[in-house]
Design a protein around this ligand. Structure first.
Ligand code: PAF
Length: 283
């Protein structure tokens, strides 16, 4: 395993790999790797000769009241997990290497970054887009791999990659879930046993939305209410939003038209832990 900490060294390594005719995949992560990340790395390994897993807890995407300082960090463990899943390189820069004194350039994506997580976490997608743009420029991959778990992040970054002509293939891997349906997330570790027992309600509620659509429900608001009702019945979670939107534009849908791909997404707090989940439905 090749562990690289300096952007210039990573660029040199990628240039060498490209010159040797190797195909490079990037899997951007903030570490705390779990089976969801392993699925991304395995997908990347199936598509490329060299798989770079970036491990960087990006301060630019955390709000002042968010969990930046308590976010789990264990590079040795992450390196072992990445290697076992098929990574050839770990790129783990320090904050100073990514945002040196005097840094002042940020990427702002338009409308798709505004609702949902964009509204709940002001500045979040500016930070995500900026760091992913930098990671793409540093690692120079042919393909980059992301998880559907962060559905809006996928939409925002796909937009950025197209708009800024990154010329990188954009691959999305389905959400990996625990047996009881809870989507894997580094933040699940913050749940108390009681909260953990309730958290699978999110996926149950999303599956309920799927059942309703298959049963003919086409009213966006009725669908959102049904999902919120299911969460309220099965937990004490505080729902922040349930949104029924077009999957590509994230525009809210009053009516689900045939032939449309719909994204139902949820954010809810279990105690102090904020979880998100989503489901894609073809109408
Ligand atoms: O999904 C994440 O872990 C992060 O948002 C990402 C894409 C690695 C950027 O920091």
């Amino acid at each position: 395993m090749n562990i690289i900490r300096e952007p210039r060294l990573m660029q040199r390594e990628s240039d060498g790999l490209r010159a040797a005719g190797k195909r490079i995949a990037l899997v951007p992560t903030m570490g705390a790797l779990h089976a969801g990340h392993e699925a991304l790395i395995r997908e990347a390994a199936a598509r490329a000769d060299a798989v770079v897993v970036s491990v960087f807890v990006n301060p630019a995407q955390f709000g002042p009241a968010e969990d930046l300082s308590r976010y789990p960090r264990d590079l040795e463990r992450d390196t072992a997990v990445a290697a076992a899943a098929g990574a050839s390189h770990v790129f783990a820069p320090g904050v100073q290497a990514m945002y040196p004194v005097g840094y002042q350039t940020y990427v702002t994506v338009g409308d798709v970054a505004l609702p949902l997580e964009g509204a709940a976490r002001p500045g979040h997608f500016r930070g995500v887009a900026t760091v992913v743009a930098k990671l793409l420029n540093i690692t120079r991959p042919h393909v980059s791999v992301f998880g559907q778990k962060d559905a809006q992040q996928v939409v925002v970054l796909r937009r950025m990659v197209a708009d800024l002509d990154f010329g990188v293939e954009f691959v999305v891997v389905p959400t990996v879930r625990e047996e009881d349906g809870l989507a894997l997330s580094s933040r699940n570790a913050y749940l108390s046993p009681a909260e953990r027992a309730q958290a699978p309600v999110l996926y149950r509620a999303l599956r309920h939305a799927g059942d309703l659509v298959r049963g003919g429900e086409r009213r966006g608001a009725a669908l959102a209410d049904a999902v919120a009702g299911e969460i309220a019945r099965g937990s004490t979670a505080a729902v922040e939003y349930v949104a029924v939107t077009d999957a590509a534009t994230l525009e809210p849908l009053a009516t689900l038209a045939g032939g449309r791909r719909v994204l139902v997404s949820i954010a809810a707090r279990f105690g102090s832990t904020r979880l998100i989940d989503n489901i894609l439905l073809d109408v």
